[in-house]
Design a binder for this molecule. Structure first.
Ligand code: GDP
Ligand code: ZN
Length: 462
């Protein structure tokens, strides 16, 4: 039989606010079909709606008989729907105001507003998705870069769950062997080969877990993005550089003017990494109150930044102000950008490189765009490393990573206890602990609290 998570019928506007060609009101639960009968007048005049068929017609307010909007309606009967409950989708081709009217009518007919992520939560609780797939949906809707998108899609198709299941399978087999030793204590673990057990645990469980943990580190910047601050004294070309990068990489969010002079920022994707670029007023001595605020802010931004682009002017020598700013940032992850190379010759550039020996120095011209590609490559190499060919197709998110780390710890303990020829009961406990942690990835052993936390990150209508 069908496992019903809840008897309540939920509804939400499933498309984001703002002007768009169509908007969707989604309804899930036992009242879906009744609501369709009450509110929807199909143009073809039928009274019985077939599942998974698109009907054209009107939403009509049953109390007034007034038409509200021209719509397409589809009823998806349980269990062949996203939530595995009866689902009604009303596609209206109007704006947010009309969608709200339609939602109000749906709620008047007995549905209640959906909580964030509640549709996906029902899909999970009714067994339609496992937890890592549900999380992938949340990540998909929040993906900030194309690479993040690819990784979320891969989790959605079950990449991570499959790996977790394969590891669990190996551990379950190992556990079976150990349980034989527990049941027949006269044949100690030595006879059933401690060596083979250790080999199985390390090659089929511990190594794949360590690979996934590496993938997490390698892909973190793609998921989370980073903040990059452009620092340097006035007139070296910070604003020009920011604008050149925003132009080159088609800014996702156009530049934001700051509240103080000369402080703007923009979100761009550089080689798949979401980067929040921040231009600062520099760290010069403040001459008035507004500048003081600007300088304090610049310092704060630099403190919080993941990476600093330190800009110097190639057409001028290194000034004392340049040196003071350099002292402040040199211990942080940074790139030295030698700007305005359109004004100088190669000898000047070599001289500057000599000054910043041991630093990454990239000659550019914010004016002509020369050197920007090299700057992007340098940033990528600093943030991701040079040995990652392309982002790994499967990578855990933070929650999954923490579970994997606990599994790793338990397995290292298991190997240690096997080594010391501890009793099989103790080794079995370690392996069960690892299995529990792995179960959290797919959601078999996840607590209610964790589940709620995951679904609360969703937006309403998902
Ligand atoms: P900021 O004070 O560091 O933000 O510097 P700006 O971006 O405002 O630039 C200061 C001056 O340098 C402006 O007149 C820019 O047009 C000029 N400038 C910036 N970058 C370049 C460059 O690459 N080449 C040349 N020739 N001039 C530049
Ligand atoms: Zn500026």
């Amino acid at each position: 039989g069908l496992l019903r998570y809840s008897e309540a019928t939920i509804a939400a506007i499933a498309t984001p606010p703002g002007p768009g060609a169509i908007g969707v009101v989604k309804v899930s639960g036992p009242l879906a079909e009744t609501i369709m009968r009450r509110l929807f007048k199909p143009a073809c005049g039928v009274r019985e709606f077939q599942s998974h068929r698109l009907y054209y017609g009107w939403i009509v307010d049953p109390q007034t008989g007034q038409p509200v909007d021209e719509v397409l309606c589809v009823l998806m009967k349980a269990p062949h729907s996203y939530t595995r409950e009866d689902v009604l989708e009303i596609q209206a081709h109007s704006g947010y105001f009309i969608l709200t009217r339609i939602l109000e009518l749906v709620l008047r007919e007995g549905a209640r507003p959906a909580e964030p992520g509640e549709f996906t939560k029902r899909a999970y609780l009714n067994g339609r998705l496992d937890l890592s797939q549900a999380e992938a949906i949340a990540e998909l809707t929040q993906a900030r870069s194309e690479t993040g998108l690819v990784m979320a899609l891969s989790s959605l198709s079950g990449g991570l769950s499959q790996q977790a299941l394969a590891i669990k399978q190996a551990l379950t087999e190992a556990l079976a062997v150990i349980e034989v030793a527990i049941d027949f204590p006269e044949e100690d673990l030595e006879i059933i080969s401690t060596y083979e057990l250790k080999e199985k645990i390390s090659s089929q469980a511990l190594s794949p877990i360590e690979e996934l943990l590496k993938a997490y580190e390698a892909t973190r910047v793609f998921r989370e993005g980073i903040s990059v601050v452009i620092a340097g004294r006035p007139n070296v070309g910070k604003s020009s550089l920011l604008n050149a990068i925003l132009r080159e990489e088609r800014a996702i969010v156009s530049a934001i003017p700051g509240t103080t002079r000369d402080l703007i920022e923009g979100l761009v994707t550089i080689k798949g990494i979401p980067v929040n670029l921040i231009d600062t007023a520099g760290l010069r001595q403040a001459r008035d109150e507004i500048e003081e605020i600007g300088v304090a802010r610049a310092r704060e931004r630099i403190r919080q930044a993941d990476l600093i682009i330190f800009v110097v002017d190639a057409s001028e020598g290194l000034t004392r102000e340049d040196q003071l700013i350099y002292q402040e940032i040199k211990e942080r992850l940074h790139v030295v950008v030698l700007n305005k190379i359109d004004l100088v010759n190669d000898k000047n550039i070599r001289n500057f490189k000599g000054i910043f020996l041991g630093d990454q120095v990239v000659p550019v011209s914010a004016l002509t765009g020369e050197g920007l590609d090299q700057l992007f490559q340098t940033l990528y190499d600093l943030l991701v490393g040079t040995d990652l060919p392309s982002p790994p197709p499967v990578a855990p998110n933070l929650r999954q990573k923490l579970a994997l780390e606990r599994a790793q710890k338990a397995l290292i303990k298991a190997l240690h206890n096997l080594e010391r020829q501890e009793s099989p009961e103790i080794v079995a406990m370690d392996i069960r602990e690892a299995l529990d942690c792995l179960g959290e990835i797919t959601g078999e052993t996840t607590t209610e609290e964790v589940i709620d936390h995951i679904f609360n990150r969703f937006c309403i209508g998902k």
